[in-house]
Design a protein around this ligand. Structure first.
Ligand SMILES: [Zn+2]
Length: 414
């Protein structure tokens, strides 16, 4: 397996540009030491097209801080090599404007099959799919992913072989993989960006570990971000440009999609709403603070509350028990307090709820909706829909498949 110039590491967030902003001069020649700068610029352009695409040349120029002529030359190089493709912008879409109609640049999709990995705090799901997103086979298992990183990675590799066997396809037909991880991922290092969340993973390069175990180049992403991608492609967000996807399971994370694009923040770690403090004297959280949202509300907390009654939160019938409906509605209202504040800040079209808590039925979603209606300002709240996922807990897995299918040709094994 090779590492390519365009993807210097096998993890998803491609290497950032040089520490300082890209030089505002034409790209250097490709020999000698200046070639390094050229290679880094190419890598940065490829990463931007992959992560933010489809994008126009002018958007790339602005974002990377290069003159339009330099960007155009680099784009022409990538087009000649078949790494990217271009298509006319649709009316009113990104990149269109006055003057000559813009064309939008995308990464060329790999041929063959792709694999998706969804790591939750307590589960692993794996699928093999066509590059168009049709799932051929899928497997899942329960595991303490937080505390057993090595076991989780081994288990994921085993599940991949199981789904390949189920689908009746050899590994050699799978061209790329993507894995969603339930932790903030640093766009600078491609590793878990917090020493306290998913602590057993902090010293690992998960993309490289998966590549070593599966033989596949593997893109990493945050699980909620992949959930949002799944919803945008297959679910409730297909026609949305501004929405918040919330994965509420053992942890609570969010993906912020603004103007049709995932907002990652300066280091790729935006959306950690589970660590919003809602009670300064509340329970200790895994992050080291007290009273975080996810220390107060999670599927584990609900399970512990209902256990004395013999109720299982993953059993829909049990969740109609009068006590369960109260516990779920209250959980939803608590999550909704944080979401209401986000609605005031971002004014999204919709909030889409995923994860195990959203799969318990309508009471959790109703609770979130109550808080948004009562606590967000009337303007933002009035137009914001609060919806459960329509993907039955598979948004993250489907998003990983979509992400793998969008992998550049440069990710392919030799
Ligand atoms: Zn916390």
């Amino acid at each position: 397996m090779r590492r390519t110039q365009e993807e210097p590491a096998s993890h998803a967030p491609a290497s950032p540009p040089p520490a300082s902003p890209a030089p505002a001069s034409p790209a250097p020649a490709r020999d000698g030491s200046p070639a390094t700068a050229h290679t880094l610029l190419r890598a940065h352009l490829v990463a931007m097209i992959r992560d933010d695409g489809p994008v126009s040349r002018s958007e790339l120029s602005r974002a990377i801080g290069l003159p339009r002529s330099t960007t155009t030359a680099l784009v022409a190089e990538l087009l000649r090599e078949g790494l990217i493709t271009e298509a006319p912008a649709r009316g009113g879409g990104v990149g269109s404007g006055s003057g000559r109609p813009a064309t939008l640049l995308s990464l060329r999709k790999p041929d063959g099959l792709v694999a998706g990995f969804d790591f939750g705090h307590r589960h692993i799901r794996v699928a093999v799919a066509t590059k168009e997103g049709q799932i051929l086979a899928e497997e899942s298992t329960q595991l303490d992913v937080d505390r057993q990183a090595a076991d989780a990675l081994e288990c994921a590799a085993d599940l991949l072989h199981a789904v390949l066997e189920s689908a009746g396809v050899p590994l050699s037909e799978v061209r790329a993989a993507a894995a969603g991880i339930p932790a903030p991922l640093s766009s600078r290092t491609g590793r878990v960006g917090s020493p306290t969340i998913l602590a057993s993973w902090v010293d690992l390069d998960p993309g490289e570990e998966l590549r070593r175990r599966t033989g596949l180049p593997c893109i990493l992403g945050n699980d909620a971000a992949f959930g949002a991608l799944g919803e945008m492609t297959h679910g409730a967000a297909r026609d949305l440009r501004d929405f918040i996807y919330v994965k509420a399971s053992n942890g609570i994370g969010a993906a912020l999609v603004l103007n049709g694009r995932l907002y990652r923040g300066s280091q790729g770690m935006a959306g950690e709403i589970g660590h919003t403090q809602i009670d300064p004297t509340g329970a200790w959280c895994r992050c080291g603070n007290r009273g975080c949202l996810e220390a107060t509300v999670s599927i584990d907390v609900v399970r512990r509350q209902l256990e004395p009654l013999g109720l299982d939160p993953l059993n829909p019938e049990d969740m109609e028990h009068p006590v369960a409906t109260k516990v779920l509605a209250e959980s939803g209202r608590t999550v909704g307090v944080v979401i209401a504040n986000l609605c005031n800040t971002l004014n999204p079209e919709a909030v889409i709820l995923g994860g195990d808590l959203a799969s318990t039925g309508a009471h959790f979603t109703d609770g979130v909706r109550d808080s948004v209606r009562h606590l967000a300002q009337p303007g933002p709240a009035l137009d914001t829909s609060v919806l459960p996922t329509s993907l039955q807990g598979r948004a993250e897995l489907l998003g990983a498949v979509v992400r793998a299918a969008a992998a550049p040709q440069t990710m392919l094994p030799v």
